[in-house]
Design a protein around this ligand. Structure first.
Ligand SMILES: Nc1ncnc2c1ncn2[C@@H]1O[C@H](COP(=O)(O)OP(=O)(O)OP(=O)(O)O)[C@@H](O)[C@H]1O
Length: 302
């Protein structure tokens, strides 16, 4: 049996409005020690607002926000948090080395500057002013500042946007290392392959509410949708009309079908085309599952 994980941060029934816009509508979310939790949702679903509440940058209208059992603004809490947000607010005139020293000094057991340089790919940048760096270089510095204190709670809001492959891999390595040391990480990302590669748990939110939560495997299993691929001369337009078929497209000789449930569709395909061959059926990936879980809302909004 899996050991119970310690909860390091918690949103319970969190509500937040901006004027007439409901950003969070009673959100429950827990971050556990030694786990990466990915928060997935469409643009405007409320991900950054949830991160803002947990970091104490925003105040909830209702509900509970606690980190290490305390309110997010408590000093003892701040010394154990790191964050890489979409808007950084970093003083542009400071040099990278000065920024690192400043932020490291706020933590009880900071990483060495050399470690930060290696993990974030800051070679040759330490004596440059932050404001003079390229967008991608600034993101690397933001990442270094987020992890330089070996935080027990790390918030990464779309961290790899604008990062090149080396920097992205460095970030993934640092995240894995922190998690192995027992930290909790909250990752928001639009790259589902990133969520799939890094997450222990996934929380899918839609219009400020939790619509699904579990391991990547559990989220996938919530979706009985399958991808079917076969070589057949059946017309994609006709197959698209069959019950259970969500989508049917032709790609050269092959038919690509998304079906839910798949079995009746596979039976009908085999009955309709005796020459059908190269049949493949795939489980939903995280991307398919995510779309299926959020599709009702997207259809409603259309
Ligand atoms: N400062 C603000 N003033 C008014 N409305 C806001 C403000 N910040 C966010 N919102 C609204 O609150 C809702 C949730 O926004 P939020 O930024 O939390 O979404 P998100 O899931 O992080 O989106 P994205 O993927 O685009 O970053 C959206 O409808 C957004 O327009």
């Amino acid at each position: 049996m899996a050991a119970t994980r310690q909860t390091l941060a918690r949103l319970h029934g969190a509500r937040k409005r901006y004027g007439g816009t409901v950003a969070l509508d009673g959100l429950d979310l827990e971050l556990h020690a030694g786990q990466v939790t990915s928060l997935l949702g469409a643009n405007g679903a409320g991900k950054s607002t949830a991160v803002g509440l947990l970091l104490g940058l925003l105040a909830a209208d209702a509900g509970e926000v606690s980190l290490f059992g305390q309110p997010p603004r408590a000093l003892a809490v701040r010394r154990h948090c790191g964050a890489m947000l979409q808007s950084a607010g970093i003083p542009e005139r400071l040099k990278v080395r000065e920024l690192l020293d400043l932020v490291r000094s706020g933590y009880p057991q900071p990483r060495s500057v050399a470690d930060c340089v290696a993990l974030a790919g800051l070679d040759g940048l330490l004596d440059r002013r932050y404001g003079r760096l390229s967008g991608g270089q600034q993101r690397r510095v933001q990442f270094a500042l987020a992890i330089c204190g070996r935080p027990k709670l790390l918030f990464l809001d779309e961290p790899t946007t604008g990062l090149d492959i080396d920097a992205r891999q460095g970030l993934w390595a640092a995240v894995r290392e922190l998690v192995a040391e027992g930290s909790a990480v909250l990752l928001t990302t639009h790259y589902l392959e990133e969520a799939e590669a890094l997450s222990d748990r996934v929380a899918v939110i839609d219009r400020g509410r939790l619509v699904a939560e579990g391991s990547v495997g559990e989220i996938r299993a919530r979706v009985s949708q399958r991808r079917i691929r076969c070589v057949s001369t059946l017309a994609a337009d006709a197959v698209a009309q069959w019950p259970g078929v969500r989508e049917a497209l032709r790609e050269g000789e092959a038919l690509q079908i998304v079906a839910e449930p798949a079995e009746p569709v596979v039976r009908r395909l085999l009955d309709a085309d005796a020459a059908l061959h190269d049949l493949e059926i795939q489980r939903a990936g995280l991307a398919d599952a995510y779309l299926a879980l959020t599709r009702p809302a997207l259809e409603e909004a259309a």
